[in-house]
Design a protein around this ligand. Sequence first.
Ligand code: 1HN
Length: 348
Amino acid sequence: MNELGKLEDLPLEYREALTERNLVPLWPSMRSVLPPNVPTRDTSVLNWDYESLRPLLMRAGELTPMEKAERRVLILANPGHGLDNIQATPSIYLGMQLILPGETAPNHRHTPNAVRVIVEGEGAFTTVDGEPCKMERGDLILTPSGKWHEHHHEGDGPIVWLDVLDLPLIYRLNSSWAMEGELQQTDATRDKSYADYSAAGVVPNINLKRGKTDTPMLRYPWSKTRACLVEMAADHREGLLSISYVNPENGTSLFPSIGFGALMLRPGETVTLPKRTTPAIFHVIEGAGQMQVEGHPSSNGEPLAFVEKDTLAAPGYSHITLRNASVTEPAFIMTADEAPLHQYLGIF
Ligand code: 1HN
């Protein structure tokens, strides 16, 4: 590729005339916006280890009352995107949220889509459009765009979860906004939508929303996902053990922006994931091991150790290898990526 002209090659008076008319020459930035063969990969390889994060989150509980926070969250900011830019990957926001016993995070709704992955604690529930969703370790709780949601904690210890939102994308589309509401009236039954959809392949006719893009099931219990992976492992001695979380009405991803999945590493197993365009997030539900990302300057291919409750990021266009450190126990990892968006845009 030949070198292109630089801004400094142009006469000052010409550059000033362009600026005055809000015009910019393309050729000086042509190679940086269209890099040869591999895109810019800002997402740094990173582990937000829970052991060092947890005490800082607990201190937030002492320092900042709920009324002063609305949502008491530490953002997992990826330095590759800049710490001020609320990005774990280009389109994914991550945060660790803490609620103390007896606290309530007030009702609101907003345009970004959100999923919570429960990290520790018991006795909390999120009410989504009137439906209280129980929160247990590893569960996925959905608050799709536009749905009212508030969090309650009636348990004894702190409850912590990982928030996963498409906020960076929606924000940069100048479409991120929220509305506050009164505390919700709840239905008597808990997890109604889960009960409706819990029989795989059999969907209820009560809602009749076939084809609707909004995902109707709001709680995906970890116990079911784990059991599915363990059952898969019994029949498959080799090959990647992974599942995708989908809309039970039509099999599409939970959100148009973010895809969610889970994988199991057999005891002693090392897997290299299929190389893909999308950056990825990993949250360790059970087990310990290492993640290795080839060919990115942020890690130089050095393996990064992880244990239970850790959250990791990896860039796209990279070989990602995950290793289970235990030779006796399986490891379970939740995943989030931008695949649905890449597929929609035709760049996957
Ligand atoms: C939000 O609504 C929650 O409802 C958590 O728990 C984190 C981050 C940015 C914007 C909205 C929640 C959020 C958020």
